[in-house]
Ligand binder design. Sequence first.
Ligand SMILES: Cc1ncc(COP(=O)(O)O)c(C=O)c1O
Length: 449
Amino acid sequence: MTDDITRRRFIQTAAAGSVVLTGLSAGRAPKVFASEANKPALLGGTPAHQGGWPKWPQWNESWEPEIVEVLRSGRWCGYGGGGKVGDFETAYAQLLGAKRCVTTSSGTNALFTALHVMGVDAGDEVIVSPFTFIATYNTVLMHKALPVFADTDPATLTMAPASIESRITERTRAIVPVHIYGIPCDMDPINAIAKKHNLAVIEDACQAWLAEYMGRKCGTLGDMGCFSFQNSKHIPVGDGGAITGNSEELMDRCQAFHNVGRATGTFKGSGCFSRGTNCRMNQYQAAMLLPQIDKLVKETKRRQENGDYLTAGLKEIPGVEPVRLPENSRAVWHLYPFRYDAAQFNGLPREKFLAALRAEGIPASGGYHEQYYDGLLDEAINSRGFQRLFSAQRLKAYRDSFEELKGNKQVCETTVGVFNTLLLADRSDMDHILEAVRKIQSHSAALVA
Ligand SMILES: Cc1ncc(COP(=O)(O)O)c(C=O)c1O
């Protein structure tokens, strides 16, 4: 690959498949007079950014021969390991410093597989982070287990370790911390609690490729790490996923479960087949992922440099608070988030702040909402299966416990996230993001009116 950062050169863009694209394509035409330059765009001023952010996903023509090679080989299936799938698994494990990697058809299926392998079964409970993509909860429910929410730390946006222990019951089997937006969770206290209560730790690292905690990569800090390669992700292939881990035995079990339960390596199961599913990655997916490893490394560095720059700049603006990272850790910014304090913007509601930011040419969104009130969990706890597996008293207490998630509620109401592809742009573009926030801050009274 040549220079994968400079969007004007080799990058081709696709118009389908990614939520991210909606905002990115919304370049705004500044049609105002120079004297209005400092006014917010929403009040008729010139937008801070003139459009043309990097789009996503990106690809390079040099990848095509590898994909055509798979096409012409007729060996498309990932069955049996080896081929490009095996090459990618080796390379991805090496990249992360994990002993093994098993690829899957999605991040959802990586989580589904890891939960099974760690022994999560019907009637169990799993402590999960509530501030996440819905698949984190849903995979627990698909095992007929209850996703019990730890609270979110408003300063870090990740699972608050202090909120875990009070939620552990005799049915708890595992903890699923989520490195949301590529922000490493504070894993040492989480692992210590897991050890004390003999629980498995499955990291949802679906947004955290190459994020680091205490010098080690996310996805290698618990029993297993799960990754997504979906279209919007930093290493995308449409749909795809991976599980990483250091235990040969557990990884053999993952290999078996994702391959229809076939006995594999040290895992003999019940003889030939054990319980399992088919969620293998295909060879042509691996052919697309292999050349993206170097790209991911380079782009992660770029995102981190620009992220650091934004953090330093935002710290100087009243009413916006960058995320606090655990000591000795590096985030990779799948979204670059900060907390918004409307009180310091003359009461400007977050939605209006977001509208003002978008008008400045900065695509941004509000992040996750309190999804546990959306109906998914009610559907589960009202189902025949869950009512057989859990007492009415437990299900009621579970439903009532959502009210205790005060930190998460605050996070859902106050987070603002700048789309990740913006962090692939130039330093001067980061100045436009900061300028936009400053402009909105200094004109917030007028924007409220
Ligand atoms: C935190 C998190 N967990 C799980 C998933 C599920 O991954 P996939 O979409 O590849 O199934 C995603 C993907 O968006 C995610 O962001």
